[in-house]
Design a binder for this molecule. Structure first.
Ligand code: UD1
Length: 363
């Protein structure tokens, strides 16, 4: 009997990380014919290829090459190209991850062709509701037949929107990856390259449109980081997302970034290695605020709200507006001792659980 076909669609950094875990579980179990499709939303080597190499993922079977563009242009391009591929491959199921434009395009294309959709990291909700990622998640969850949640809170979010069928709490695939790759992290080596002393530096990442595209917000964040670096005499390592690099140049904010340790976007292993030995994290990334927690580090989250409320409600992470004085205050608050909140997002077996559940449904 031939195996069923599942298409897994990825396109942006956080999706490569999530797919790597599911992909490994599928290969271990020989569950189905797994076709890996890369939309091409992220295309620079250090935004894409490095993850495939470091995470031991097979090369994509198809590359759609959608590239960058406005939300409509990027989503539309992915929708048209992915639909053509679905018509050609006729899969039994489409597997989607997270909340990017690639995710929502995959959900729309598959659902209109009546192909069941499985959504990994379902049920995350946050304000503002106008955030592109929030729009993408809500649509994807409402089109999905199989919804895999990282926590009970996410399941409750789905319930409150009337989604109760096909929902499974599996834990977070990103925790699986952290546990699997932790022995490969090389914090000393990563620090040495940048001349950093253990626990004497902060890690920062900024890429959200509401922070980068708003000159006041971006200036506030950079000023805050600069002030913290000066007052504490500590280095702040800022791997620069290409969007942020362009916005700093376009808004003439280079002087505010001059005292920071700016580096190119980092692969998973380098980022996690540096995180393991840092004093704390400042970020507006959904994934990184959780990865910091897995590394035992607390984060100041520069967002009006977060989808990962488990981390802010217990006080481990702190939300902060993009203004310098707030950032300094929030970082000071991070220094108050806190007990580590264990296992908020499962025990590290999410990949296996997702694949097991889908195997049952694919017969
Ligand atoms: C996207 C996701 C976001 C995710 C992030 C991870 C959406 C709506 N947003 O945001 O949820 O957290 O990926 O990084 O899908 N660029 C390059 N090289 C690349 C990729 C992008 O230079 O390889 C530049 C382009 O100028 C592009 C800009 O970065 O216009 C933004 O890229 P895009 O994929 O549209 O959104 P992200 O900000 O990366």
């Amino acid at each position: 009997m031939s195996l069923p076909t599942v298409i897994s669609l990825v396109g942006a950094r956080p999706q490569f990380i999530k797919e790597a875990v599911v992909n490994a579980a599928v290969r271990r179990r020989n569950s189905w014919r797994h076709i890996l499709v890369h939309s091409g939303q992220h295309y620079d080597a250090n935004m894409s290829e490095i993850f495939f190499t470091q995470l031991g993922m097979p090369s994509p079977d198809h590359f759609l090459g959608i590239g960058s563009g406005t939300h409509a242009a990027q989503t539309a391009e992915a929708l048209v190209k992915f639909e053509a591929l679905l018509l050609q491959e006729k899969p039994e199921l489409v597997l989607l991850y997270g909340d990017t434009n690639t995710t929502v395009a995959g959900a729309l294309a598959a659902a209109k062709l009546k192909i069941p959709v499985a959504h990994v990291e379902a049920g995350i909700r946050q304000n503002p509701k106008t955030m592109p990622e929030e729009i993408n998640r809500v649509i994807t969850d409402h089109l999905a037949s199989h919804l895999f949640c990282c926590s009970q809170l996410a399941k409750g979010n789905l319930e409150s929107e009337g989604i109760t069928r096909g929902v499974t709490v599996t834990g977070d695939v990103m925790y699986d990856l952290y546990r699997t790759l932790e022995p490969s992290f090389t914090p000393r080596e990563a620090r040495r390259k940048l001349g950093l002393e253990k626990e004497s530096y902060l890690m920062a990442t900024i890429h959200r449109d509401f922070n980068t595209d708003n000159p006041q917000a971006l200036r506030g964040i950079l000023q805050g980081l600069q002030a913290v670096s000066a007052s504490r005499g500590c280095q702040i390592v800022l791997p620069l997302h290409p969007r942020t690099r362009k916005c700093i140049a376009a808004q003439g904010l280079e002087t505010f970034a001059a005292s920071l340790t700016l580096v190119d976007p980092l692969g998973y292993l380098d980022l996690m290695s540096l995180t393991q030995d840092c004093a704390g994290v400042v970020t507006d990334s959904g994934g990184y605020q959780k990865e910091a927690y897995y590394a035992g580090k607390r984060a100041v989250v520069i967002m009006p709200d977060t989808g990962w409320r488990e981390l802010t409600e217990c006080g481990w992470n702190i939300l902060c507006p993009p203004q310098a004085p707030n950032l300094e205050k929030a970082l000071a608050a991070l220094e108050e001792p806190r007990e580590y909140p264990r296992n908020l997002f499962g025990e590290g077996h999410a990949g296996e659980r997702i694949v097991e559940e889908l195997e049952k449904n694919l017969g």
